[in-house]
Design a binder for this molecule. Structure first.
Ligand SMILES: [Zn+2]
Length: 134
């Protein structure tokens, strides 16, 4: 990922939290901060922050090596159904691939994604971790 600092700064709200678009016309909720409802096209929408909690519906474990990404192997990619009913795709971290299962409760956290180089931007974004039972 290579962004200019101003561009990344402008988009930080969508990178640092799970933002949903809630339509006031059709009532549907969609993942990401849209300016119009992706279902009916209405601009009568509001942006809401997701709880970040959900369950894994499906997942896969990737062992593909990506240049500069060896330290993160293996990588667990999951389809998470958020408590608001919206599905998102994200990486599951702090989890043993052998213990991951469908229906597992997870929650969103802010984690490091990558960096441009040793002296460049460090990118952070949303990943998921197993939910702690409280
Ligand atoms: Zn709508």
């Amino acid at each position: 990922m290579k962004y200019s600092i101003p561009k990344f700064w402008r988009r930080k709200e969508g990178y640092y939290q799970v933002v949903l678009t809630k339509c006031k016309e059709c009532g549907k909720v969609a993942f990401f901060a849209y300016v119009r409802c992706p279902y009916c096209g209405s601009s009568n929408i509001e942006l809401v922050k997701s709880s970040g909690r959900g369950v894994i519906e499906e997942y896969t474990v990737s062992y593909n090596r990506v240049e500069g990404g060896e330290e993160y192997l293996p990588k667990i990619i999951a389809v998470v159904k958020l408590s608001e009913g919206v599905r998102v795709v994200g990486e599951l971290v702090d989890a043993d691939p052998a213990e991951v299962k469908e229906g597992m409760a997870v929650e969103a956290v802010l984690r490091r994604f990558s960096s441009d180089d040793p002296h460049g931007l460090i990118y952070y974004g949303i990943k998921f971790v197993p939910a702690i039972r409280r």
